[in-house]
Ligand binder design. Structure first.
Ligand code: FE2
Length: 182
């Protein structure tokens, strides 16, 4: 297990954080807003950090925007969770790994949820398998950290506001030493 999470995370956000990905905000703005929403709801430290880091897979993917354009699912949730697992345990990585499935789950359980999704999220939903069938939804909600993933997903859906104020990335990085496993 490596113990160099903070420099690697700062490097990633400084090289790719300005990326636009079809929403009104950059990856960095989206990450910070999701972290701020998690904090405002009193989420535990692991879930706050998961909210900040949930889309690192988009920044690690060589061209996530082109993947969506070409009709490919970039599987960013799996890529990101796997990359982060070198430092963090499942309390951070599982909500991230499950946050796309959580969108499919919410579409199955809440008919109005789909209508609240952004145009891009609706489009990627189709690439990601569409709403879950009943048996898939039942299996999903029994997974460890499924509820955390559902909470994260809902912050993900609204953390896309231009010029919203949020804590700095360095503030969230203070959580890392407490949560990374040496
Ligand atoms: Fe996101």
């Amino acid at each position: 297990m490596q113990v160099t999470a903070v420099p690697d995370l700062l490097d990633l956000f400084s090289s790719k954080g300005a990326m636009q990905y079809g929403e009104d905000v950059t990856q960095l703005q989206h990450a910070l807003q999701c972290g701020a929403l998690a904090l405002a709801e009193g989420a535990c430290d692991a879930l706050v950090l998961a909210a900040v880091l949930h889309d690192v897979g988009h920044m690690l993917h060589r061209d996530a925007a082109a993947a969506v354009e070409q009709g490919d699912d970039d599987r960013h949730e799996v890529l990101g969770a796997k990359w982060l697992s070198r430092w963090f345990g499942p309390e951070v990585t599982d909500p991230i790994r499950l946050h796309v499935q959580a969108k499919r789950f919410l579409c199955a359980r809440d008919p109005q949820y789909h209508d609240r999704l952004s145009a891009l999220s609706r489009r990627t939903l189709q690439l990601q398998g569409g709403p879950m069938a009943d048996d898939e939804a039942l299996a999903f909600e029994r997974l460890p950290f499924a509820l955390d993933a559902v909470a994260l997903r809902q912050w993900d859906d609204i953390g896309k506001v231009q010029d919203a104020s949020s804590p700095a990335l360095s503030d969230f990085m203070l959580l890392v030493p407490r949560l990374s496993q040496a």
